[in-house]
Design a protein around this ligand. Structure first.
Ligand SMILES: NC(=O)c1ccc[n+]([C@@H]2O[C@H](COP(=O)([O-])OP(=O)(O)OC[C@H]3O[C@@H](n4cnc5c(N)ncnc54)[C@H](O)[C@@H]3O)[C@@H](O)[C@H]2O)c1
Length: 281
């Protein structure tokens, strides 16, 4: 082989691609991605980013009209999208909407972003609330992964990405049911990643700290009426980086993890947290 200094740039590119294989990028052209909870916040940002990166996107959300509104935004931006109303905690409904999408062609990516919050400790959390959080945050992901897994196996490839939370990893005040449900999301992720390795299906999760979405605004309005702005600042300062994350920043990580560029990554939980996990005082 000649010295690099003696090679043309084309020869260098050819030589590198011979030794490492073709370069994998973060485009999602010719891929179909289902995004649950895609009508709002992080799911909406992911649906928009995936569509802008070439994917056909299907939004499943409890709020059908808001899901349609996001689909409309994506269409205006030139993306390919459809939106269906679906309660992820209802297994029969989940099966029906997944079948509807499978009839149109292969699905390659499932992002589970639908989730709900709850404030309370062990004593103040009622069995009804505990059950409700689990039905959406845990059963919802189970229902969607189960509805999709046979299809991904048959296609010989697939990527699943679940939204967990830093609350699963540290003790946060008054997050008893929510943290517990997110702990289950991480465990489900590892379990699925392990069991479906032989089928070329990757499964990872993202654990955000506070990200500024309607989820956070709703929490402030409900728990600190009249003091929303003040509490927003206080919550922002609890993250070492001094602010909340943006949904788009989570979408960037989601795009990477669901793309072929992340082909070597499975069974991993990624905190995206402005330093919350490692840099707190
Ligand atoms: N925003 C944060 O600070 C934060 C931090 C850590 C983890 N998360 C997680 O990220 C995910 C998205 O959060 P977000 O902030 O974008 O929330 P969001 O409230 O802005 O959006 C959640 C979406 O899920 C939908 N949804 C709720 N219940 C549903 C159901 N039963 N079936 C179908 N859709 C349903 C809602 O209609 C909404 O469109 C959630 O799983 C949440 O727990 C958020």
């Amino acid at each position: 082989m000649p010295e690099i200094s003696e090679m043309s740039s084309n020869e260098i590119v050819y030589t590198i691609s011979q030794s490492t294989g073709p370069m994998k990028n973060t485009r999602l052209d010719n891929k179909t991605a289902i995004v649950t909870g895609g009508a709002s916040g992080i799911g909406r940002a992911i649906a928009k980013r995936f569509a802008a990166s070439g994917a056909r996107v299907c939004i499943f959300d409890l709020d059908g009209s808001q899901a349609q509104a996001v689909a409309h935004e994506i269409k205006i931006e030139g993306g390919s999208v459809e939106a269906l109303a679906c309660d992820v905690s209802n297994q029969a409904q989940v099966k029906t909407v997944f079948q509807q999408i499978f009839q149109r062609g292969p699905v390659h990516i499932l992002v589970n972003s639908a989730g709900i919050a709850h404030i309370g400790n062990l004593e103040s959390t009622s069995p009804e609330d505990f059950d409700r959080i689990f039905r959406v945050n845990v059963m919802g992901i189970y229902n969607c992964m189960q509805a999709c897994i046979g299809h991904l196996k048959a296609n010989g490839t697939g990527v699943i990405l679940n939204l967990a939370s830093v609350s699963a990893l540290v003790g946060l005040q008054d997050r008893f049911a929510y943290s517990t449900s997110k702990g289950a999301v991480i465990s489900m992720t590892y379990s699925v990643a392990k069991d479906y390795l032989p089928f070329n299906i990757r499964c990872n999760c993202i654990s955000p700290a506070r990200v500024h979405t309607p989820f956070v605004d709703g929490y402030l309005a409900k728990n600190y009426p009249g003091h929303e702005e003040e509490m927003f600042k206080t919550l922002s300062q609890t993250q070492p980086i001094g602010r909340m994350g943006e949904p788009d920043e989570v979408a960037s990580l989601a795009l990477f993890l669901c793309s072929d560029a992340a082909a070597f990554i499975t069974g991993v939980n990624y905190p995206i947290d402005g330093g919350f996990m490692n840099l707190r005082d």
